[in-house]
Design a protein around this ligand. Structure first.
Ligand SMILES: Nc1nc2c(c(=O)[nH]1)N[C@H]1C(S)=C(S)[C@@H](COP(=O)(O)OP(=O)(O)OC[C@H]3O[C@@H](n4cnc5c(N)ncnc54)[C@H](O)[C@@H]3O)O[C@H]1N2
Ligand code: MOO
Length: 412
């Protein structure tokens, strides 16, 4: 098997950071793009900068229901202004506000010519034909200036932005009907293992249900990828090679689970070396140590371990950033913060470890984390209950109750 210049000995495993750095250095964004109607573009990555075609706001308007006036007319103490008309939202006042005058105005209505300030209606005493107010008022108060948010030609949204509801709404506020977005990465995935059965099938002794394809399908769709489920490959090198080639012909990225470790039935890295190239294999992370990364034809490849929690944690830490890069969005470092541990936690120094935890915040605003009992990398119950990962650095050799640890929220 041919390996690139990466370390695979147990003693010299790559750190997650180093592995991720190499992976991201390899991967370029996919060039495919398409134009989508605005609502359909939700969750997609913008393919080009979007300059604003107009000023935002397009015209000076009122932030309050009240009266538009000239600040210079409001002296110290009480002033009276003559009411000369109304500016409705969508129906501007025709005319100008002259010295000593005011115009009734509503939120979002155009500020009449001559006026520079709005006083809210709660702050005036209205009477027939005019209003009394206490001055002086500061010029510009309660006025939303034309172009104060964006000038025509300013970049409203930059290429590479993953479009959330606020971005879609911003594009709508610019009058855009469509967005130019990157194509979703096509990701073909399969499980390996003679012990695996499909849901609904009876289990013979030694067999288990294939849950990893369900995890991967969900993780991929959550990450905005097109998920292509290729089923289960038997523990057989020829079948595995054939499936790897088939998968790489129809996808930008291929993901397998299982068979990537060192046992006699672990054929993934061997098959990968024959049909493609291994770029790196194994990292000092738990769970997820045997993760492999490589290339088959024009497709990238991740071999994830079989253990279900290793699949989910490995996906989050390694595959998701790679997918973001493929999709044309810059991968962001995961959100992490400090929390105090409710209990002591066992750990041996060596690998960066992600334990499953539950977060709570006390009355003083301090975050606390409890490690779940089900920490085995075969235990999906722990993964299902967890609302965070507890991130224990490689050198950490155990945690005492009350210690500050780093957590990575999953559920917020
Ligand atoms: N001698 C060593 N043994 C193991 C090592 C090692 O370094 N030396 N590493 C361990 C680690 S860490 C992991 S993780 C696993 C990964 O092994 P594989 O990727 O080869 O995975 P399998 O052996 O095929 O399966 C592991 C485990 O997961 C279950 N599994 C597999 N596929 C599925 C699926 N689709 N759905 C549900 N569960 C699945 C499988 O039955 C096994 O229990 O290796 C350790 N061993
Ligand atoms: O990747 Mo393994 O899950 O560390 O046991």
């Amino acid at each position: 098997m041919s390996l690139d210049a990466c370390v695979t000995a147990e003693t010299g495993l790559l750190s997650l950071q180093e592995a991720l750095g190499r992976i991201l250095a390899d991967i370029d964004p996919l060039p495919r793009r398409e134009n989508l109607p605005l609502k359909a573009a939700l969750g997609r990555v913008l393919a080009e900068d979007v300059p604003s075609p107009l000023d935002l706001p397009p015209f000076a308007n009122s932030a309050m229901d009240g009266y538009a006036l000239r600040a210079a007319d409001t002296a110290e103490g009480r002033s009276r202004l003559a009411l000369v008309g109304v500016s409705w939202a969508g129906r501007p006042f025709q005319g100008a506000v002259a010295a000593g005058q005011c115009v009734r105005i509503f939120t979002g209505a155009a500020l009449p010519e001559g006026a520079d300030t709005v006083v809210m209606q709660e702050d005036v005493t209205a009477e027939e034909g005019g209003v009394f107010l206490q001055g002086p008022l500061k010029a510009g108060k309660n006025v939303r200036r034309a172009g104060e948010e964006l000038r025509a030609g300013d970049i409203a949204l930059a290429a590479g932005k993953r479009l959330g509801p606020a971005d879609i709404a911003l594009l709508a506020s610019l009058g855009r009907r469509e967005a130019a977005v990157r194509a979703r990465p096509r990701v073909a995935f399969f499980s390996t293992g003679d012990e695996l059965r499909g849901v609904g099938d009876p289990l013979a002794p030694g067999q288990i249900y294939d849950s990893n394809r369900y995890a991967l399908d969900g993780l991929l769709r959550e990450a905005g990828a097109e998920a292509i489920d290729l089923g289960v490959a038997a523990d057989d090198p020829a079948a595995l090679k054939a499936l790897l080639l088939q998968a790489s012909a129809q996808a930008d990225l291929v993901i397998s689970s299982g068979g990537v470790s060192v046992g006699e039935a672990d054929f993934v890295t061997g098959a990968l070396a024959e049909v493609g190239r291994i770029r790196l294999w194994k990292m000092a992370v738990k769970p997820g140590k045997p993760i492999a990364f490589g290339r088959i034809g024009a497709a990238w490849f991740f071999g994830l371990p079989g253990n279900p929690v290793a699949v989910m944690v490995g996906f989050r830490q390694v595959v998701r950033p790679a997918l973001a890069r493929l999709a044309g969005a810059e991968p962001k470092p995961p959100l992490r913060f400090g929390a105090r541990s409710r209990q002591a936690m066992k750990k041996s120094a060596g690998r960066l470890e992600f334990q499953r935890g539950e977060l709570e915040r006390d009355q003083d605003g301090q975050w606390w984390v409890s490690g779940l009992a089900a920490q085995g990398s075969h235990m999906l119950t722990g993964m299902s209950r967890a609302d965070c990962l507890i991130v224990l650095p490689a050198e950490c050799a155990g945690v005492a109750a009350g210690d500050l640890v780093e957590v990575e929220p999953l559920a917020w």
